[in-house]
Design a protein around this ligand. Structure first.
Ligand SMILES: [Fe+2]
Length: 380
């Protein structure tokens, strides 16, 4: 074995039908209904003007803007991918999903205590119900939201890429506009939670989600899951929702698809020029395979641009792997330490509270710490 192959390693994964003995499969409950899209996020912000500036530079198309409310679309057909209302806090209020036509929303009222939403709360018509996930976060389930014609988009550079095997571009240059990365649509959202088991079961039962990739700690118990929508034979994104076990219930990030790698790169230049805070990228994720670039909005909430993600049909088998920090990305800039929970007094007190209330065990905490502390790239 050469010295380089001794340290270069790639993550191992297993199909659900061939799991090693120590890995516990994630149980899948019967679903009440089926989500067919992650529709939009709802925010509360103290300063809507700062949010609007960031959203424009990030590549959203502002649809309406007033001192009380802000909403934006992407270049795709969704009429709304994000909205914000003015308030006393900076926080994510909730998520909204578009449910399939054959989903019976009344079942959520009867079985889950959901409430019908008043029509004036719905940004683009249709009907919907509101309920709370186990962490207390609002989740809206909608049907019949209006759609819009897509906005003009430039052709992807990928169509004319010269690679090692094929020449596609002759007597032409790559000249993409130095402009915000045009956001096409909302792709996924990532939530951290103290109670991974309850949250994972709840989102599978309520939305009919399919686990695409499950990650386990050293004890073999799942601690993180990438969920995709059940669209049958229609390919769905590797994940529309990620639930990650941790020490608090917290929004991690939301991610927005852009046209291609050049949109990521040009968009990064625009955001830098406008003074926004870069967080991580450009690189390629391992699970999901997206090319990514991460930013922070004015209050520090994380937003991701991505392109070239994996898609799977409903019959693709669930994959399992062990959770470690290095497994978040395949290549690219090193992930910043800010992606791990800071070891400060606030978190020490938080952990103490979780231990006292028996929300998490000491053994589980040590395994989480080991998974995040292992050197991400031992050869560097
Ligand atoms: Fe992401």
């Amino acid at each position: 074995m050469s010295s380089s192959s001794a340290v270069l390693r790639q993550a191992q994964s297993w199909s659900e039908s061939r799991l090693p003995d120590f890995v516990q499969p994630l149980q899948r409950p019967a679903a009440i209904g089926r989500a067919q899209a992650l529709a939009f996020l709802r925010w509360e912000k103290k300063d809507l003007a700062a949010t609007e500036r960031f959203w424009r530079d990030f590549g959203f198309h502002i649809r309406s803007s007033s001192p009380q409310r802000l909403s934006a679309r992407g270049a795709g057909t969704s009429a709304c991918i994000v909205m914000a209302q003015q308030g006393r806090h900076n926080r994510l209020l909730g998520l909204a999903f578009e449910m399939s036509a054959d989903t019976d929303l009344q079942r959520y009222v009867q079985q889950e205590g959901a409430q019908w939403l008043p029509p004036e709360d719905l940004p683009d018509g249709g009907v919907g119900v509101a309920l709370q996930d186990p962490s207390g976060r609002s989740v809206w389930l909608l049907q019949g939201q209006a759609t819009l014609s897509p906005l003009p988009q430039r052709a992807a550079v990928t169509l004319q890429t010269n690679d090692g095997q094929t020449v596609r571009r002759v007597n032409q240059m790559v000249r993409t506009p130095l402009a915000p990365a045009q956001v096409l649509r909302l792709g996924h959202v990532v939530l951290q939670t103290v109670d991974f088991g309850a949250m994972a079961q709840w989102y599978m039962r309520v939305l009919g989600l399919i686990p695409t990739d499950v990650q386990c700690l050293a004890d073999g118990l799942p601690a993180l899951c990438f969920f995709r929508l059940n669209l049958g034979a229609t390919p769905a994104d590797h994940h529309s929702l990620v639930i990650v076990g941790g020490i608090e219930d917290k929004y991690e990030h939301s991610a927005y698809e852009v046209t291609d790698l050049d949109a990521l790169g040009q968009g990064q230049q625009v955001l830098r020029a406008q003074g926004h805070r870069h967080m991580w990228g450009i690189g390629r994720h391992l699970l999901g395979s997206q090319l990514f670039d991460y930013w922070r909005d004015p209050e520090g909430f994380e937003y991701e641009h991505y392109t070239d993600g994996d898609v799977f049909t409903a019959d693709f088998e669930t994959q399992y792997s062990q959770l470690d920090f290095g497994g978040i990305w395949a290549w690219g800039a090193d992930a910043p330490e800010s992606m791990k929970p800071p070891k400060n007094l606030r978190n020490a007190l938080r952990i103490l509270g979780l231990l006292l209330r028996k929300k998490i065990s000491g053994a589980r905490l040590r395994q989480m710490d080991q998974a995040l502390s292992a050197p991400a790239r031992p050869w560097l």
